[in-house]
Design a protein around this ligand. Sequence first.
Ligand code: FES
Length: 275
Amino acid sequence: MARRRELLRVLGTEPIGLYTLLRLDRGTLEPGEPGQFFMLEAPGRLLPRAVSLCLAPPGELAFLVDPIGPGTEALCALDRGDAIHVFGPLGNGFRLDVERPLLVGGGIGIAPLPYLAETLRFPPAVLGFRSAAHAEAASLLPGAEVVVDPVLVTDCTLQGFDVLACGPEPMLQAIAARFPGAQLAWEAPMACGYGACYGCAVEIDGELKRLCTEGPVLVPSHRIDAGPSPATTRRVAASSVAPVATATGAPCVLAPLGVRDRGTQHHPAGGHHAA
Ligand code: FES
């Protein structure tokens, strides 16, 4: 998949709960595979922001942004007709050859799941949020089971599925401990996005790896070392922009297995489907 940097036109921004869906004209950029990311250069900001592709309707690229700092706030403040430089697609996405997929997301970690859901023809999904206001973003994945703090996604019945997950590091660590074959999309601060700066390095299987090139989705044989390495702990913890629930609540039950009716899908971005 050819990556490139291009100046893209903003088609609009839409509030999705406390997040913002940023819609861009695709230009000549390829959407890539679900789980890959793009570097978005906010106006007036020195460093770009790495953001997973959320939706890929024809002619568009759409990104779910959590306005947690100056860079992401600048992205959310863009107006229709503005232009920003975008570089991608980057990194490794989810492996799609799974028999019984279950999508699991936490907070802003749900960002890559709508595109993944469309690609896999809408498998079951469970999403966790820290508040009802944040949980409004579940509208991007109609039919998903939604839990809100203090209930955790790991309180749900996940057995019997091929888990594909993205969310805060403690959530991914908990899933990795219980489901060794899970595909996990890790988050990390990224400066370059293509392996040049080592700003995204974490310890995996005892070696320092760059999440922008080795990940962000790690194959099942890979493990993030949760040990006492200060550098690893700092970098992984710093990537946790999504909320983390801390108490165990009542168990939830997922909807029955099976592919969901594609016709029931609705996206606030205009009901688009992946191209
Ligand atoms: Fe620069 Fe990964 S972000 S090496």
